[in-house]
Write a protein that binds this ligand. Sequence first.
Ligand SMILES: C[S@@+](CC[C@H](N)C(=O)[O-])C[C@H]1O[C@@H](n2cnc3c(N)ncnc32)[C@H](O)[C@@H]1O
Length: 467
Amino acid sequence: MVLTSTSSAHTDKQVQKTNDYSSVSKCSTAAAGYVTDEFMEHFVAKKARRTPLINRGYYVREKSIQTILLDFLAEASRSSINGECSNVPRPMVNIVVLGAGYDTLFFRLHSSQRDTMDQLDLRYIEIDFEDVVRNKLSNIQSKDKMLSLLKGFSEPRISQNPPCVINSSAKGKYLLVGMDLRENADFTALCTELNIDRFVPTFILSEVVLTYLEDNHVLRILSACSETFPSSVSLNYEQIQPNDPFGVIMMKHFTKQGTPLMNVPKYVSADSHQRRFNSTGWTSSVALSVSEFWHRFITVEERKRVDTLEPFDEHEEFVEKCRHYVIALAANGSFSQTFLRKYQSIQNPVKASVSSIATTVMSGYFPLYGHASAVVNLPAPDGTVLRAVIIIGGICATGEPKALTNESTSGICDSVEVGLETAAVWLPTSVLDGSLKLKLTFGRCGSLSENLACFVWLQVLWYIIVS
Ligand SMILES: C[S@@+](CC[C@H](N)C(=O)[O-])C[C@H]1O[C@@H](n2cnc3c(N)ncnc32)[C@H](O)[C@@H]1O
């Protein structure tokens, strides 16, 4: 179907409304204590309390983005101090937010990360449709709380080409740019127009934005970002996995809202996001599901704090939801060397041979029940083979430890998949499937406290016993 300009204008309006939905959800997440955000309420006409599941989803979204961004800012400061940039002691950094909507990250950073921000000479550039940008500006201008953080910034200057608002001071710049990303993805020209140094370390964020654009536009935008910013990190957060039952409902939901997820049918997995970045000129890229981020990068203490905020017993649904979002990262210049390494997905194939899979293992070292385990032979860095027992799930048990029993399958597997990515099931399981992938599915044990015990076991997933 060819869209008429009226229907495409209608779709654009619907897409802009997704920003209203996000803002209400972010406001609810802050009100429930998941995150600190005293600003978002000023962008919300009618507050609503979201379900704990939605609050958690937005929590992990904000937490993951902030964690990676702060990591980037620390790295950018370090590399400047080490002499890569000449502009010490206050290194210049750009943050470019595509489809920023009413997101309050700029204000949150200046309020809660003041020390970090004071050390930087920051250009913070937000891009969205002109209407969204104008509304955002008028909200900011009417709220002392936000104006006070812009203290020292000059009166906004409105520029017509592109239509944008420039607010600057000796401390840095906060720029709101009103433009349609599909029509104007010439970021080099934009930097010239806005007097932005495109060669300084730059963080590009697209938080649930590119998914609403057609593939050709997204490819052009990602390529333009890569070409324009030679020393940069790009973070794209959006939906994946459209084909399983959860994914089918997710896709239908967005289509029904008039905002179909254009890219998800083509970029169905974390891997495909990585490939998309590679094909658009980025030197290196990694991608991991939000579920993996939650388990690996949010500490047990923080997860415990989150558990205390609201009654919550929808752990399977939460894992499912998080499996349907990806954090895709790409880097150029010095950031492409090591910065992404720690965010590499552990789903990447590990060459290992499985010597046995036991479903009722009780190792003498780890008395447990309700767990699953497998014995695998892993290549050690020195070329020898390590015999490893992978234990997943389970809770501590007392009593006599038993020997390895129930050897059920053996063979060579070409990858080990740890069950963070598989749908949560009642009990953890280990299976060597037909494609020779060892699948360890992390389950849960029932009550909240037992479930926590299971999550703790994730932290000690890989126990290696040298035979
Ligand atoms: C789901 S909202 C996300 C807003 C914000 N990133 C957040 O996570 O809170 C999607 C945003 O992308 C913006 N957007 C979508 N298509 C765009 C385009 N072609 N040009 C500029 N902005 C666009 C919308 O206006 C909206 O603000």
